[in-house]
Design a protein around this ligand. Structure first.
Ligand code: ADP
Length: 396
């Protein structure tokens, strides 16, 4: 049985075709720099099959032609001989609002509900919805499932998801914390339990997804009980270019100094975080390089990030009434021993007995055998989790 996983971004399309039984990737690919004009233009295409990578530029004018190219590529490369072989498609959908707390078979009602949620995720959902429509058209008879980034966090209790704003704003506009990266937090928390040989139902885990976007999640007994991203993916930790949390009065202060709403939106989304704090780059590798050369701007950015991660892990340990495991994942979490050290060295109070030698040698477990709390690295695999969700839904 073959299951296709599709992740449509505002100007990109990623896909993986799985053999659902063996969980192997038959073929995967990315289209980057998709124009939104519909006019034919070139985009970067990368196709990986059996460890062979083909990169080229191809002519696609929009997501519709990228999907057409993707389906044709599956056939040309021999990953399918007929489109009907694709038993299900799992679509990554950024925002499911409050309505969707689980993987959902897409029908007309769901499509119109997703349209409403597009207001909550203006950058991603409209493209995601368009791609679902195209694939429903191109693969008639194939079951299509929505797997929401927000779904895993729908188990948060009211006291965690409500802001200290008038309750009426929550009722009227749905203003509350939703949280994102749910598929990743779910995958790595399950994997952590597996690595520990423990039942997730008895564990208190903090998962740190640290990439360009960053969020932390408190996973108590397998359920998300708090997370650092909020109403939008801007809240929480400082990210590559996003500010993370700050005092909202700063917005009005800046407006008083002549900044427009558009300028502030750009500052907090595109000019802040690691980039804004360091003035060097949004890319953590560049920050690390500069830090090793003793650049004070890079050191400052790293310290702010580590500080927020430490504070969040501590808060979540308190919120869950204990802590068994801290998990690092995402591009930075998986690859930066420096950041992991800057965080874990400061968490002795929580029962973390950090072992920097293991950390530097890229071991999975980062703590000593006598450590009360186990810290570990678990590479995320959102596509695999999406496939598993679609497979589980398909088999009822
Ligand atoms: P996204 O949120 O876009 O999926 P990723 O999870 O790919 O992002 O993470 C991107 C971040 O990971 C960048 O800041 C990048 O510098 C960092 N990163 C990737 N590889 C390394 C590495 N080997 N060392 C340090 N940082 C790394």
């Amino acid at each position: 049985m073959k299951i296709l996983v599709v992740n449509a971004g505002s100007s990109s399309l990623k896909f993986q075709l799985f053999d659902a039984r063996t969980e192997t990737v038959l073929i995967k690919g990315t289209y980057d720099g998709i124009a939104l004009t519909g006019a034919e233009s070139s985009c970067e295409r990368k196709i990986v099959m059996a460890d062979k990578t083909d990169r080229d530029t191809c002519t696609v004018g929009d997501h519709e032609s990228a999907i057409g190219d993707m389906l044709e590529t599956l056939r040309i490369k021999g990953a399918i001989s007929d489109r009907a072989e694709i038993a299900a498609v799992g679509h990554r959908v950024v925002h499911g609002g409050e309505r969707y707390s689980a993987t959902t078979l897409i029908d007309g009602t769901v499509m119109s509900e997703l349209g409403k949620n597009a207001l909550l995720a203006p950058l991603h959902n409209p493209v995601g919805i368009a791609c679902i429509e195209i694939l429903i058209h191109d693969l008639p008879g194939t079951r299509q499932y929505a797997i929401f980034d927000t779904a895993f966090h729908q188990t948060m209790p009211e006291e965690a998801y409500l802001y200290g704003l008038p309750y009426a704003l929550y009722k009227q506009f749905g203003i509350r914390k939703y949280g994102f990266h749910g598929t990743s937090h779910k995958y790595v928390s399950l994997k952590a339990a597996e690595i520990l040989g423990r039942n997730i139902a008895e564990l208190k885990i903090v998962t740190c997804h640290l990439g360009n976007g960053q969020s932390i999640c408190a996973v108590k007994h397998g359920r998300s009980v708090d997370t650092s991203m909020g109403f939008t993916p801007l809240e929480g930790l400082p990210m590559g270019t996003r500010s993370g949390s700050f005092d909202p009065e700063i917005v009005f202060f800046l407006m008083g100094h002549g900044y427009t709403a558009a300028a502030i939106k750009s500052i907090i989304n595109k000019e802040s975080g690691l980039l804004g704090l360091s003035g060097i780059s949004s890319d953590h590798r560049a920050i690390e390089e500069a830090m090793h050369a003793g650049d004070p701007n890079a050191i400052r950015a790293e310290k702010v990030l580590a500080n927020r991660i430490i504070c969040t892990i501590g808060a979540y340990a308190a919120e869950m009434g204990g802590l068994d495991t801290v998990v690092f994942t995402g591009g930075i979490g998986e690859n930066s021993p420096t950041l992991r050290r800057d965080v874990l060295e400061n968490l002795g109070l929580l029962g973390i007995n950090f072992d920097d030698e293991k950390n530097r040698s890229r071991a999975t477990i980062l703590t000593r055998p006598d450590s009360r709390v186990v810290a570990m690295v678990v590479p995320t695999n959102e596509e695999l989790q999406i496939m598993r969700e679609a497979r589980a839904a398909l088999s009822g």
